[in-house]
Each structure stands twice: as structure tokens, then as C-alpha cells.
Design a protein around this ligand. Structure first.
Ligand code: AGP
Length: 620
């Protein structure tokens, strides 16, 4: 969840570290810090709060550094204070470590270290790593023929061998100026190899401005890096050849392109993204095709059951996928919350395909679900946005979402990219399994042609009215979201968007389930957002909405253009252009994203970096 960056090279190290931290801050933003080797002296500067505070403090220093490490934190162990911010150092202040992940034998290690005389200053698990390295360094017999870099490497290996849990680390030691060591076990870490400069990061976005030539560390690999050297070794000490690849991925734009927030920029990017996805996947109205998919068609034909596992917004997309796969392919499909799937004892047989959906490709629970499936010899197909991510590397095949980098913590364009890919994948599988013929597919595909334009219309025409609605309801204490059928996940997603960025309680329900309890919540102060396009379940949804109105609920309705049923009933009506029923969720979610955004902005909240959240949830 936190961001790691390390750099060695001729540029201004502090400036490079700060720029990288700004790119990483969406991964965690409660505190941050850097450590540099100023000549052969280790200097650490850290701060609670946002990066500009650290930046301001750093103006007081002038460092002559050739190497440094940096971290932006999302607290797991210990409050987000300056003392708990990374980097952490050992007793002598000669070793500095930044870390992502969780050390599970934290208690046992801290007790052991304290008994041996170490003074632990923070409440973090990370600090223990610095002390373990310190101990290992002092145990290493330093003879003249063992260079310091080998001593350092051996010490880090020895320290890591005592840890159980997950980690990606980067560390510095005064005894080996200009050198950094990184290691990973369960958390991503990417090595960038430029011309006479190297870097290391938890996130591709921070590496790409330095170089596109990368080596993605595998679990239990370490890397020793300096301006001139890049050595990969296994945790057992065996030297490995780097597996370099050149990454061709659009860089996260640092500016918001005139939008007040990244989230709003990303909401407005959706029509272009969908247009691009359709042109890449369907090339006109061809049968959808996924070039990167390494699962063979012969394998995809044999499955008799599908389990989709994912978290948060990606899970909502998974429910949409379930509805489509069952409808078109008649394949039993479940959409599971990853954190439940991983711990219950699901029936996983070899005729099952597991689909793991994740924007980041680093969500701990989703990865654990993937690993569970693989350990039972079940094939896993990933739907993922980030190239090189753990999910894309560990799945048996991956479909990339092509949403481009998403910075706002609240997922928007990745969600619609997930929906459209699930839609296209259903058609692809339908063709492969001879359930849908070419004519049926072409006729369904023809309904996609106007989709990007319709998305543009919804966004552009609704912005002012959604702002009015946001003003009216910004002080509501809770919101309810209702829908049926293919838009049920839209209700869940609309509610999630609102609560995560505006901190207003919101729940989404299947409209038919509402009168089995939640309807008791409805009163004259309760806004109820009803998603009711004129689809095959419209009449049923309409009756449920009438029940809400009869109890005094304040209605906000999303329906299809030309439907006047709600003109007298609802305080606000947002309309979508008519479209094929199974594509309506790509339109109905748009005003709900805007509503959440505008309410949070009116409340003066940090939309892109909501409290307590981080972009990728790499701890369970
Ligand atoms: C979405 O707005 C959330 N911030 C969150 O629910 C997210 O979708 C979830 O953590 C899963 O992330 P992933 O898609 O990267 O796996």
C-alpha cells in the first residue's frame, strides 16, 4: 500500500526522490521520508503528513548524495507520526530501510531484539529489519578480501531469513556508499536500469520517468544496485541473470489536465478509453480478440464453471461478469469477494476457471485467491490494468484492461474498462464454445458502436444538474442505492464511490431485497438513488421505487431518456440515451461517479486521497 523508491546516479538525488514520491503518493499518503548517503554519512529526513511538508523541510539541507531511498506510507503498524515514518534506522544510525508489507513475527522479533539490547524507537515492524541488518553486519567477519558490498548483501540476506510475512524493501548502509539493496517477498519491486543510473520502486509509474528498461523482481530475489552495477541474487545467494524488458506504457500524467482532481479527469477520460479499447479489441465489428491472452482456446472451451474473485470495485465488475457469463454461456458463475474466497474452503475442481480481477494487480486478497486456485491446479485468468503487476505475472493468462494509469484512489475508468472487457470476453468465449454464432455476435457488437459518444453525452449534459443535486444533498447522513438485474452492481458501485470519498454512509441494495429490512431506513431525510433504465426488469424496479416514495424517501433516479414516469416523483432525474440493456451499466454509473465527486468536493475533502485509504491494498 505504501510507495518505495530508490535511486543511484548522477542526478540531484533529493529532487529525483521527491519527484518519485509525488508519483507514488496515491499508494499511501499519511507520512513520508527519505534517506541519502551524503558522502559516506547516512542522513534521514522524514515527516508526518503530505509530501510538500517534507519538501519544505528538505530546503534546509544541501546534500552531496549519489544514492538515496524514499517512502510514502499508509500506516499498518503504528500511528502515522514522524517517528513511525520510513526510512527506519538501526541503533547506530548507519543502516536505513524502507519497507512495504507486514512482518508477521513482529512481536517475537522485537522481544528478541530488545533482550539483546536494541532500542526500538518506533511502533513499526519495519524498524526491526534495520536492527536485524545491524546485527548481521556486526556478526559478519570483515576480512580484507570480502568487499563491503558482499558483507552488506550477506547481512541483508541473513536479516530477511529471520522474517516471516511479506516485504519489499530498499536499504542503504554507510559502509557501502553509493550502493542500495532491494528485496521482495510478496510485494512488488521493480528495478530500472538506465544509462549510468539505476532505480528501484514498488510502482512502474515511478520507474518510467527514469528508464523503460526494467527487471521485475521475483519473490525471494535480492538486487544490489549502484550507478555501475546491477546484480540479482536469489535469497540463497545464487547469482541470477536479470530478465530485462522494455515497458511501453503510458506515463501517469503529473498534471490534472485542467481538472480540479485526478478523479474528475479520469471520469472524463472514460469515453476515450472505451473507444480505444473497442478499436483495439474489435477492430470494427470483428469478433473480440485478446492478443495477449496466453490461455489456449482449447483450454477455454473445456471449463464447466467459473469463479470470479476480486475486491471492492473490481468485485462489483465481477458481479456484472457473472450476470453476462450465465446469461450468454449458461456457465455456472460465482462472483466472490477475494478476502472470503481465500479463507473459506471453496470447491475448486479442475473443470473450473478462476477469473481474478484487479486494477492494480497487487491486491493481497485477490493474489491469495489466485494462489489458492493455482495450488489446486485450477487455471487462473487475470483481468488487470497494470503491466508487470504480480497478478499479471502469476495468472495463467491475462487480459489487460487498457484503462491507462489510474491515480484517483476511487476507481472510475478502471471500472468501466473492466465492464467492457467482461462484455467482450463473454462474446469471445461464446464464439469459442459455439454458443453464439457470428451473426449474433455481430448484432450485439453493433450496439457498441455509439457507446463512447453516449458516455460523452451523459457526462457533458449531466454535470450541472449533478452539481445541483450534490449541493442539495451534501449534508445527508446516509444514502441508499437501489437497482435490479444487470445494474445491481451499479447500485453497489455508486454507494462505494460516495462513501469512500465523501465519508457519508451509503449502501447499495438489490431493489427486490429492499423491503426485507433496509426499507426501514427510509425517511424524509434519506436520499434514495434508484437506477432504473427502461430495461427488462423496469416494471419491477418501478414498483420498488414507488414503495420508497410512499415512505417519504427523497428520490434521485437514473433512467432512460424519454421516460417521464419520474418527472413528478423524483427530485432529480439523470437520463441515459437508449442502449442495449447489458451495456446500460457503462452509462448509469457515470452520473453516480460525478455525484460522489461533487459531494466530496463541496465538503472540501481531498477527493484523490481519501482518509484511511490507499490505491492498492497490498495487505490483507
Ligand atoms: C475503488 O474505488 C476502491 N478504492 C477499491 O475498492 C478497489 O477497487 C479495491 O481495493 C480493489 O483494488 P484492485 O482492483 O486494484 O484489486
Amino acid at each position: 500500500m505504501c510507495g518505495i523508491f530508490a535511486y543511484a546516479g548522477p542526478r540531484d538525488v533529493v529532487e529525483v526522490l521527491l519527484t518519485a514520491l509525488k508519483r507514488l503518493q496515491y499508494r499511501g499518503y499519511d507520512s513520508c521520508g527519505i534517506a541519502v548517503l551524503d558522502g559516506d554519512e547516512l542522513m534521514v529526513v522524514k515527516e508526518a503528513g503530505p509530501i510538500d511538508r517534507l519538501e519544505k523541510r528538505l530546503t534546509q539541507y544541501t546534500f552531496q548524495a549519489r544514492a538515496g531511498i524514499a517512502h510514502t506510507r499508509w500506516a499498518t503498524h503504528g500511528q502515522p507520526t514522524t517517528v513511525n515514518a520510513h526510512p527506519h534506522t538501526d541503533c547506530s544510525g548507519t543502516v536505513a530501510v524502507v519497507h512495504n508489507g507486514v512482518i508477521e513475527n513482529y512481536r517475537e522479533l522485537s522481544q528478541r531484539l530488545t533482550e539483546r539490547g536494541h532500542i526500538l524507537r518506533s511502533q513499526t515492524d519495519t524498524e526491526l529489519i534495520a536492527h536485524l541488518i545491524e546485527e548481521a553486519l556486526s556478526e559478519q567477519s570483515r576480512t580484507e578480501d570480502v568487499p563491503n558490498e558482499q558483507v552488506f548483501l550477506q547481512s541483508v540476506r541473513q536479516a530477511l531469513s529471520q522474517i516471516s510475512g511479506t516485504y519489499a524493501i530498499a536499504c542503504l548502509w554507510e559502509g557501502a556508499p553509493g550502493l542500495m539493496i532491494g528485496a521482495r517477498h510478496g510485494c512488488p519491486l521493480i528495478v530500472g536500469a538506465g544509462e549510468q543510473e539505476v532505480c528501484l520502486s514498488s510502482d512502474l509509474n515511478a520507474v518510467l520517468p527514469i528508464t523503460r528498461k526494467v527487471h521485475i523482481l521475483n519473490d525471494d530475489e535480492l538486487v544490489l544496485l549502484s550507478e555501475k552495477n546491477l546484480i540479482i541474487v536469489s535469497v540463497t545467494g545464487q547469482e541470477l541473470s536479470p530478465r530485462f524488458q522494455v515497458i511501453d506504457w503510458q506515463l501517469v500524467q503529473e498534471d490534472r489536465a485542467g481538472f480540479p482532481t485526478f478523479m474528475l479527469k479520469e471520469i472524463y477520460e472514460q469515453p476515450d478509453r472505451i473507444e480505444e479499447i473497442l478499436s483495439q479489441r474489435c477492430r470494427g465489428e470483428q469478433i473480440p480478440f485478446f492478443e495477449e491472452l496466453t490461455l489456449r482456446p482449447s483450454e477455454l472451451i473445456g471449463f464447466r464453471r467459473i469463479i470470479i474473485e476480486a475486491a471492492g470495485t473490481s468485485w462489483h465488475a465481477g458481479i456484472y461478469g457473472k450476470y453476462l457469463l450465465e446469461k450468454y454461456l449458461r456457465l455456472p458463475t460465482e462472483a466472490e469477494i477475494a478476502s472470503e474466497f481465500r479463507y473459506r474452503q471453496p470447491v475448486l475442481e479442475q473443470d473450473t476457471l478462476v477469473i481474478a480481477i484487479s486494477q492494480s494487480g497487487e491486491t493481497a486478497d485477490t493474489l491469495a485467491g489466485l494462489r489458492q486456485a493455482k495450488s489446486r491446479f485450477v487455471r487462473v485468468l487475470g483481468f488487470c490494468n497494470v503491466p508487470g503487476s504480480t497478478l499479471s505475472r502469476e495468472s495463467d493468462g491475462t487480459i489487460f484492461l487498457l484503462a491507462g494509469p489510474e491515480v484517483g484512489v476511487a476507481s472510475t475508468k478502471a471500472y468501466t474498462a473492466q465492464l467492457i472487457h467482461l462484455f467482450l470476453f463473454t462474446l469471445y468465449l461464446g464464439r469459442l464454445r459455439w454458443i453464439l454464432d457470428e451473426d449474433q455476435i455481430r448484432s450485439i457488437l453493433s450496439s457498441l458502436s455509439g457507446l463512447p459518444e453516449k458516455m460523452r453525452v451523459v457526462l457533458e449534459s449531466h454535470d450541472p444538474i449533478v452539481r445541483d443535486c450534490a449541493r442539495r444533498f451534501q449534508n445527508a447522513r446516509h444514502f441508499l442505492y437501489l437497482a435490479r438485474g444487470i445494474n445491481y452492481p451499479t447500485a453497489l458501485e455508486g454507494a462505494l464511490k460516495l462513501k469512500e470519498i465523501s465519508y457519508i454512509h451509503a449502501s447499495g441494495y438489490a431493489a427486490g431485497e429492499f423491503k426485507h429490512g433496509p426499507i426501514a431506513l427510509v425517511d424524509k431525510d434519506c436520499p434514495v438513488v434508484c437506477i432504473a433504465p427502461t430495461d427488462s426488469v423496469y416494471e419491477k424496479t418501478f414498483s420498488n421505487i414507488e414503495e420508497v416514495r410512499a415512505r417519504g424517501g427523497r428520490l434521485i433516479v437514473v433512467t432512460t431518456e424519454g421516460n417521464s414516469d419520474f418527472d413528478q416523483m423524483a427530485e432529480f432525474v439523470f437520463t441515459i440515451p437508449p442502449i442495449f440493456e447489458d451495456l446500460t451499466p457503462l452509462l448509469t454509473v457515470l452520473p453516480l461517479q460525478l455525484l460522489a465527486h461533487h459531494i466530496a468536493s463541496l465538503k472540501g475533502l481531498d477527493v484523490d486521497k481519501p482518509r484511511n485509504l490507499a490505491k492498492s491494498v497490498t495487505v490483507e
